[in-house]
Design a protein around this ligand. Structure first.
Ligand SMILES: CC(C)(COP(=O)(O)OP(=O)(O)OC[C@H]1O[C@@H](n2cnc3c(N)ncnc32)[C@H](O)[C@@H]1OP(=O)(O)O)[C@@H](O)C(=O)NCCC(=O)NCCS
Length: 204
């Protein structure tokens, strides 16, 4: 099984989300073998992933997701995806609704805290509501010690859905699920609070 790619590119200023492909393994391996990045992006104590692990993760997720590489002024700095919801606790709570989740990693650490994560989340969110007609978009399992991730989602309109207690022995005592509903997105858009971001697709 290979990465399921697509033809969607999302753009805002110098930030470009372009399709992730089978050519991106060196980048993905670099970011997924940095213990400091993994400390924030993984719930378990993962120090490093092998190429085989990384290929397994991205090839698997891409079957039900739009996966992107984040580029800033031409430099690849991280990856993100917009995926169909896969967590039973949320699917069961919102039956019949089209639920998506956003996951994101800026793997180049000097680019943390410069607004690029929240811009990328906004681009994916806008794509989810405008093009995919999603009902609710989530950020999931944001650890209590990951204020930057929490702040990045909050900055573009996401609100806390639930604080989920974690099992003993995990790095976090609790994690947050945050969400943005279509209704709130439309309200934010109407109020001019939500940025209307550029996008392009090469699809016919
Ligand atoms: C999480 C991540 C994508 C966020 O992207 P980013 O570009 O660093 O974040 P942004 O600069 O867009 O936004 C962060 C916001 O959180 C705020 N913030 C930072 N620390 C915070 C804290 N402890 N508590 C609350 N807010 C905090 C910042 O002030 C900023 O808001 P502001 O611009 O209004 O001041 C990025 O830091 C990253 O990839 N980290 C490593 C992997 C990871 O954590 N992935 C997510 C797993 S859930």
């Amino acid at each position: 099984m290979e990465v399921r790619t697509h033809a969607v590119t999302l753009v805002h200023g110098g930030t470009v989300l372009r399709p992730l492909t089978e050519c991106d393994w060196p980048l993905l391996l670099r970011w997924n073998s940095d213990p400091e990045v993994l400390y924030f992006s993984e719930g378990d104590d993962v120090e490093s992933y092998s190429l085989e692990d990384v290929q397994g993760i991205y090839r698997g997720v891409s079957q039900r997701a739009y996966c992107f590489v984040i580029e800033h002024e031409g430099l690849p700095i991280g990856d993100c995806w917009l995926q169909e919801m896969n967590l039973p606790r949320l699917i069961d709570r919102f039956p019949g609704r089209d639920l998506r989740r956003i996951d994101i990693t800026i793997g180049e650490k000097p680019f943390w805290g410069r607004g690029l994560g929240s811009t990328s989340i906004a681009l994916l969110t806008e794509y989810a509501f405008e093009e995919e007609r999603a009902d609710i978009v989530f950020g999931c399992d944001i650890a209590d010690y990951n204020g930057r991730s929490f702040g990045a989602f909050q900055k573009v309109g996401f609100e806390v859905h639930e604080r989920v207690h974690q099992k003993e022995g995990l790095k976090a005592s609790y994690c947050y699920d945050v969400l943005l509903t279509r209704e709130r997105y439309l309200l934010l858009l109407q109020q001019g609070c939500y940025p209307l971001l550029g996008r392009s697709t090469d699809e016919p």
